[in-house]
Design a protein around this ligand. Structure first.
Ligand SMILES: [Zn+2]
Length: 167
């Protein structure tokens, strides 16, 4: 495994629509292992393949809404939001690809995500809370969308506050 460079705005890959994964080969496994290591090193709670300059539909998320339990690692290939509540919540987001900025972003409170595992097995996840927020942030990355496009307000952060998650 190795840590890859996280690209930042205005790198053009961040604005491209990523391609679906069709081959679940060794290079995909290496990409996923590297993404997990890069996310943990950053540190961040999520990472999308375009953020390491690979325009493929792959995301990794590591977060636990339950503070008592260890964070849970999710790897999802070709993720899609297939259902969501009408209810939304506003929360503070930051992005590893947009250093120094935070924003208040409105996201669906609960979502259903369908996709595939790293080996190509179909999977379905029902998510809520911050985990649902992080997934929406990462899936936006696959469509070339950044949180600053959606934020209700954006502000400078010299240092990211301790309770803020970046992805
Ligand atoms: Zn991001």
């Amino acid at each position: 495994m190795s840590i890859r460079e996280i690209i930042t705005v205005p790198h053009p890959t961040l604005r491209r629509k990523a391609r679906p994964v069709t081959r679940f080969d060794e290079s995909l496994q290496t990409l996923i292992d590297d993404m997990v290591e890069t996310m943990r090193d950053a540190p961040g709670v999520g990472l999308a393949a375009p953020q390491v300059n690979v325009p493929l539909r792959v995301i990794v998320v590591e977060y636990g809404d339950d503070e008592e339990a260890p964070p849970k690692l999710y790897v999802v290939v070709n993720p899609e939001i297939t259902r969501h509540t009408q209810e939304t919540e506003v929360g503070v987001e930051g992005c590893l690809s947009i250093p120094g900025l935070l924003g208040d972003v409105e996201r669906f409170s609960r979502i259903t995500v369908r996709g595939q595992s790293r080996r190509g097995q179909p999977m379905k996840l029902k998510l809520s809370g911050w985990t649902a927020r992080i997934f929406q942030h990462e899936i936006d990355h696959l469509n070339g969308v950044l949180f600053t496009d959606k934020a209700l307000s954006i502000y400078k952060a010299d240092a990211v506050p301790e309770d803020t998650q970046v992805a």
